[in-house]
Design a protein around this ligand. Structure first.
Ligand SMILES: [Zn+2]
Ligand SMILES: [Zn+2]
Length: 253
């Protein structure tokens, strides 16, 4: 098993609150964001890739927020725009349908042309080297987590103590567990189930309490743990740790 993936996995499970796989993902994502805003920007090989791919909408937003290297971001954006324009412009122009006149008649060819230009745009705006790198790293991490659970008692203890795994990461771990032997899978999924069930039930009851707080008879009751339960539920369902949910829960108070 590859050591380079074991260290971050161990680190992520050293903390017991929240989903450890989300922590791994966030850390890896930040490393890639820094990489693409760092000296790699000036490397011709990286630029060849980013000229073609640009970044997906989510990562463009995150690069924009990381204000460390505005010039670098500008340079990458400039050459990516040029590359995109060079490919798209002639195809978009050629897709303008000719007017159907009395002599020329109708031609349904234009529909297919318009759809294929739309396909090209959608394909290009969704390609992203950060997503590709992240997906690859997450595949290794998930594999390492399952392996360490069966081979490293110390790690198994940390896994059992983790608060929960969010649902998207539970799904990834289940797929990996399907590759284990039946006995190994039995122990692993039992542990996964146990640390998930508590959180699931607690969220249901917290969100219910949250809704009951809107009844005027409950106005003076304390919020307890329900105040940020909507945001915690969103994170549990989506594995997304966006900052806006902190802002949103502040607004409620
Ligand atoms: Zn997660
Ligand atoms: Zn991306």
């Amino acid at each position: 098993m590859e050591k380079i993936y074991m260290i971050p996995v161990n680190d992520a499970y050293n903390e017991s609150c929240g989903c450890p796989v989300c922590r791994l993902r966030d850390k890896a994502e930040n490393n890639y964001l820094e990489y693409y805003l760092g000296p790699s920007l000036m490397e011709p090989d990286t630029r060849k890739i980013t000229n073609k791919t640009g970044f997906c909408p989510v990562h463009m937003g995150k690069l924009n927020q990381a204000v460390t290297n505005r010039l670098g971001l500008g340079l990458v954006m400039h050459t990516h725009l040029k590359d995109f324009h060079e490919e798209l412009d002639p195809k978009l122009k050629a897709s303008i349908p000719a007017k159907a006149g009395l002599l020329k008649g109708r031609n349904s060819d234009y529909k297919q042309k318009l759809n294929s230009v739309a396909d090209l745009i959608e394909k290009r705006i969704n390609t992203c080297p950060i997503c590709d790198n992240l997906n690859e790293a997450m595949g290794h991490y998930i594999e390492v987590i399952c392996w360490m659970f069966s081979h490293d008692q110390d790690f198994k203890g940390k896994f059992l103590n983790s608060e929960f795994h969010c649902l998207p990461h539970t799904a990834m771990l289940l797929r990996q567990a399907a590759k284990l032997s039946q006995n190994e899978a039995s122990d692993f999924v039992d542990a996964l189930y146990n640390n998930n069930a508590k959180t699931f039930e607690a969220l249901i009851s917290d969100v219910e309490y949250f809704t009951l707080k809107f009844d005027y008879r409950n106005t003076d009751k304390p919020w307890g743990t329900s105040k940020d339960s909507i945001q915690r539920s969103m994170r549990f369902l989506s594995s997304d740790g966006r900052d806006f949910d902190v802002q949103q829960s502040k607004k409620q108070s």
